[in-house]
Design a protein around this ligand. Sequence first.
Ligand SMILES: [Zn+2]
Length: 303
Amino acid sequence: MCWRCFSNSNISHPEAPLEALPGASSRRGFLNHWGAGLGLAALVHADAQAQVDVGQSSSMRKLIPAESLEQSARQQYRQTLSEANSKGALAPDDYPQLKRLRAIANRLIPFTSQWNPDARKWKWEVNLIGSKQLNAWCMPGGKIAFYTGILDQLQLNDDEVAMIMGHEMAHALREHARERLAKSKATSMGLSVASQLLGLGQLGDVAANVGTQLLALKYSRDDETEADLVGLEIAARGGFKPEASVQLWKKMLGATGGGKGQPSFLSTHPSGNNRIQELEANLPKVAHLYEQARQYPAGTQLN
Ligand SMILES: [Zn+2]
């Protein structure tokens, strides 16, 4: 869904083949449902008010029922994992990089419902797919995937991974996919998607069709900025260094050649420098959240 956030045609491709992961054949379960109880013990001790200013979510998104969209996302997520699994490219639960991703998610999830109360009911999942793609996404309902390409090519530290994960979570929390689909109702594709989600289309593969389109969805520049800032705040509350957001995008720009020769990338994103400036301007707003999180990690009991 969010490959455009990070993709670059020089070093990755959305259809890049899946790559077998060493040890992936030992995977026993298909999905790891570990959302239940996750982070419930976390104590939200920091300033409960949102610190970054991104305004209200678009009310237009309500034209698309959230439940139907999340059902389609779940189906597409399972299909994506199943395909990866059949190629030995789905990381098993004990795969070190996957354990690392899930540990980072555990620190972010307690701070997500502030941005969308429905997220309390989501069954968050995080999986790792073997692929050279510089890619990561979070589907509606909290279904996250990282590709090994983005971890390996950018040599991301935990703070930088948290910034990407927060960014992707923010797209789901702010329901950008739902909003995009609602706004595209005027187009034939949008109409068919909307009619499917509203139960007017054919039964059967309807959910799968919508899911496929979820993966190709293009976000707006405003969506990207919003995801950057909301993700920054969630990561800071989780105890991840806010400055890593700037480092991350510098790395990303380095990997994508500074935007030169990247018209498709630039057409769908705020330019790298603007993005970095926007993040830098917001660092002071979240600095105290990071300091508090470092002082009192989630789960700490205060009296
Ligand atoms: Zn994005």
